[in-house]
Design a protein around this ligand. Structure first.
Ligand code: ADP
Length: 271
């Protein structure tokens, strides 16, 4: 029996080595598969604006350039396609940097209410074009001081409000509320648009995932907005929550820490 023991030992060492190697191979295969899928996704997404631009330019070269009105129309369309290509590439770079962890977060103190007001002002034009009313709900007496990366949180609010307008119906409403709860501030973006089916709800934060592929694409989105939102909030140790009812609308929300406002006057007062 004793002579078998070293053999068994060797066997078990070999087995655990083989298992570890197999795990390594599995991880490598998964990474390779992920890369392949990513490249296939990107190529597919890049094709749309590239094909469109090519189409307009070739039509111009085939003679449409002679007519001033047609020329302007096609050049404007080509420019629009290139703009969307630019947004797509920018979003891809942002997401890639976030996923590889090279993005630095620069935390400062600011009033979240001021930031939301800026985003609403920026999106007012788009909302009014779609006859969507943007409504804000917060306590005007209060400040909502937080410590976060301001430009990145701006991006989060911009993406959420943009989607709430985009996937709404004409004449719809988007309600943005800011509330405090104990040591946190909660921002909620509620729309009364088409809603998201439960089976899609789990996947909308994946890159390029769209609920109704062609319809969402037609609305001009890159399919990367919510993936970026998720990563930004993860960088703040926060997360995005969503609840949705088809035909009724969706609610997206997130929280950030509530910072006590520093009042220099108070500090200056004698004890
Ligand atoms: P996109 O650029 O296509 O809007 P996002 O990552 O921002 O990409 O969103 C992913 C998908 O989730 C969208 O294509 C859309 O189908 C769905 N979606 C996002 N926000 C909403 C919303 N407020 N209401 C309904 N569907 C939404």
């Amino acid at each position: 029996r004793s002579s078998l023991s070293p053999l068994r030992k060797i066997n078990s060492v070999i087995n655990s080595y083989a298992l570890a190697r197999q795990k390594e191979i599995d991880t490598l295969q998964k990474t390779a598969e992920f890369r392949r899928e990513f490249i296939a996704d990107i190529s597919h997404e890049l094709k749309t604006p590239i094909f469109a631009t090519q189409g307009y330019i070739h039509t111009l070269l085939d003679g449409a350039i002679e007519d001033k009105q047609v020329r302007m129309k096609f050049l404007k369309r080509a420019a629009k396609s290139l703009d969307s290509l630019d947004v797509l590439v920018q979003d891809l770079l942002t997401l890639n940097q976030m996923e590889s962890g090279v993005v630095k977060f620069n935390f400062t103190d600011f009033d979240l209410k001021e930031l939301v007001l800026e985003v609403v002002e920026q999106l007012e034009h788009k909302a009014s074009k779609r006859e969507v009313a943007l409504k804000l709900e917060f306590d005007p007496e209060k400040t909502y001081m937080t410590r976060a990366d301001r430009p990145k949180i701006y991006r989060v609010c911009q993406n959420l409000i943009f989607n709430a307008v985009t996937y709404n119906h004409n004449g719809g409403e988007v309600k943005i509320s800011i509330k405090t709860h104990k040591n946190t501030i909660q921002v909620e973006v509620k729309d009364d648009g088409q809603g998201i089916p439960p089976e899609d709800l789990k996947r909308i934060f994946e890159r390029f995932y769209r609920v109704e592929k062609s319809r969402s694409k037609e609305k001009g989105g890159t399919g990367l907005g919510l993936a970026i939102v998720k990563h930004i909030l993860e960088g703040h140790k926060s997360k995005i929550s969503v609840s949705s009812t088809v035909g009724k609308g969706s609610i997206f929300s997130f929280s950030l820490p509530l910072e006590k406002e520093k009042k220099p006057n108070e500090q200056a007062l004698p004890a």
